[in-house]
Design a protein around this ligand. Sequence first.
Ligand code: HEM
Length: 344
Amino acid sequence: MKPFWFGAGQGSNAGVLVRLGAIGAVMLSVAGVFAYVGGWLSPVRLTQDRMMAAFQDDNGTHAGFRRNHAKGVCVTGWFESSGQAAALSKAAVFRPGRVPVVGRFALAGGMPFQTDAPATVRSMALRFLLPGGEEWRTGMNNIPVFPVNSARGFYEQLLASSPDPVTGKPDPVRMKAFLAAHPETVRALPLIKKRQITSGFANSTFNSLNAFRFVDAAGASVPVRWSTVPVQPFAADSAEPSAAGDKNYLFDDLIAQIAQHPRQWRLIVTIGQADDPTNDATLPWPAVNYDPLVLPSGIEPSDDSLLSARSAAYARSFTLRAEEEHEKPPSAVTAQEVQAGGKS
Ligand code: HEM
């Protein structure tokens, strides 16, 4: 918007009137937007206030705390870029070198005093402080996919989870109705449930879940999701004795561990393929698709038409099996990870 586009009339009364007229029009439309966002014009529209009210109905009101991920602890550290993502994204954060990071580990849910429990969703939020005052902020969860794929779905899930005033528990009838209306949640929940839960924050993997786009210096972009993968070794949840009795055991362990030594995660970027969904966080991206057209520079496809047919078929198969992941039985052959020396 150019506020002084009528410059020829500036200084004259007519000009002032035109200017005020223009400002008035902008003000009105802004007031209209406020009314719209506030939900005053439509009782069924999902608004910020309604979303916040739904959080409060589920969790109670806890003044001053986040409405979600309320129980958390802040950390500081740094990100050391290997430079490997610089070809995909021109973001300064990916140039080789170190930038300071402020982070927060938290548990999902709006209860700031909830007891730590293994199955509660854990989160890692990071603020990368880039040169020149730029910031990259990302919040990640330790689940493979998100249970809903829209704000409306999130809201309806909150409503369905709100405690019944009589029983103090969510009403199973409402939850059933929610699931009937949200097949994407029905597909996602088994994936979330079967994730491997580790002993603490420090050995959890956190995922962006939403897709983003990395833009390179020439303006070309690719869809990506990212994860922070712990350098700390895996240990199953029950492995840590401190779980017993300490209602803050996850946070206390993390603080004790960081006090001993900085904890470390690798930022892993997953590049989406043509058919990978970028608008649906309930769907995983399969880890491997042997598409014959994914080639490094130095190898190029021939004029064999089978190659593009394979590429299209593999992409579709890839999406189908991603969507069916929840109903997949165990594979015929499974193997334990084998370490050098033959011991598993
Ligand atoms: C429509 C969907 C969503 C809604 C309404 C929602 C809502 C919220 C709210 C209200 C907060 C507290 C913000 C604050 O006071 O600072 C929060 C925090 C958070 N959310 Fe979401 N969220 C949604 C989707 C997601 C998704 C897809 C992720 C993916 C990883 C995510 C990850 C997080 C994390 C990590 C935090 C904690 C950030 C911190 O520690 O400060 N959320 N969310």
